[in-house]
Write a protein that binds this ligand. Sequence first.
Ligand code: HSE
Length: 435
Amino acid sequence: MKQTESSKTIGIGLLGLGTVGTGVVKILKSQGRAIEKKTGIRLALRRVCVKSLSKKRGVALDRRLLTTDPSDLIRDPSIDILVELIGGIHPAKEIIHRAFLNGKHVVTANKALLAEEGGSIFREAARLGRKLGIEASVCGGIPIIQSIREGLASNSISQFLGIVNGTCNFILSAMSQGNLEFREALRAAERSGYAEKNPRLDIEGVDSAHKLAILARLAFRTEVPLKAIFVEGISKLSKVDIQYASELGYVIKLLAIAKRHGRAVELRVHPTMLPLDHVLAGVRGVYNAVFLHADQAGDLLFYGKGAGEMPTASAVVSDIIDIAKRATGQADLKVRKSSPPDALPVRPMDEVVSNYYLRFQVEDKPGVLGRIAQTLGKNHISILSVHQKESHDSRSVPVIILTYEASEKNLRRALRAIDSKGGVRQKTVVLRVEK
Ligand code: HSE
């Protein structure tokens, strides 16, 4: 591209040319001129580090840019911004560290790394005066990081609920709309190319916990130890609960939930029942959404594509532009000393309070329901409604109880007592309900 007289050039080094990396190259090629017009900055792709030089690529690229050695990017003085898209903790962490030491700013989509090691990486960036762009690590194309950091800078955020994993949302939507069991819906996600080769991190809620840790860190300005987040995935959900929830006027979503209670925070990921008129109830398929409450702006809903080549690449390039503007003096690059984040204690799950959906599979005989109700009452759990379903099997019948708010500790104690007594045929199914 021809450089206009007033344009400044910013050199980009791309580490990883998978789905998102390919999208970044496509955007730099197709939008480079428009970006230069808008910002006066020419983004020049200097080197691309790949695993295999011979692999066929989804975008035309000058072969001379390719290398298999990350050091070729780290040591290249013409590279201002290193874009890390290889994922995983090692060697990404070490490469980012070396890039900072070599004067480079970094853009990364690496949610696992940020969730596990974010604290030390942010501190390192601040100490060395480098910028770290992380927009692509959460919710793909939705500019949620920038919104929390800048758009809502004058607000205090008290809570957010997020559908932050597209694969799980696709599976839950397929279970609900296609009346499928979990395994069948997972296969549908795999057939559509949405599920990763090893979908465990997604379906067991770990990917959502990573994103929750990153968002909560920014929203509440606190360190978030990943281990303190309660995580339950969707692999044990059965379609009967999705059906019963729907009959009761609810939909089940895998939510990342963060609530601030004064000097403590509540952080959890689990399948959650939402009333059908909740703003997140209509978020279907691979879409992501975050519903956030800020004290000045009020309720906000962020919605969009949370994964995929172009949405995630769009987030990467927005970080590149933001850093490039600062590096060329259009905005302030200086990393000022802000006070370090707090270490707000994470409320133990036992103390979390929620409404519950309980499905008991019980013997259909006198006194069974009475005993359950009595045990719930003894444990300070108040019943909101009771629904007995027609039995498909003569020996047992499903009974669904919705409760008022109760603590997890009381609920667990009550269910231990109920499940260990006669009359209950299988472990009680518990779903938390968000109003
Ligand atoms: N596996 C993730 C998802 C991709 O399904 O949302 C984006 O982080």
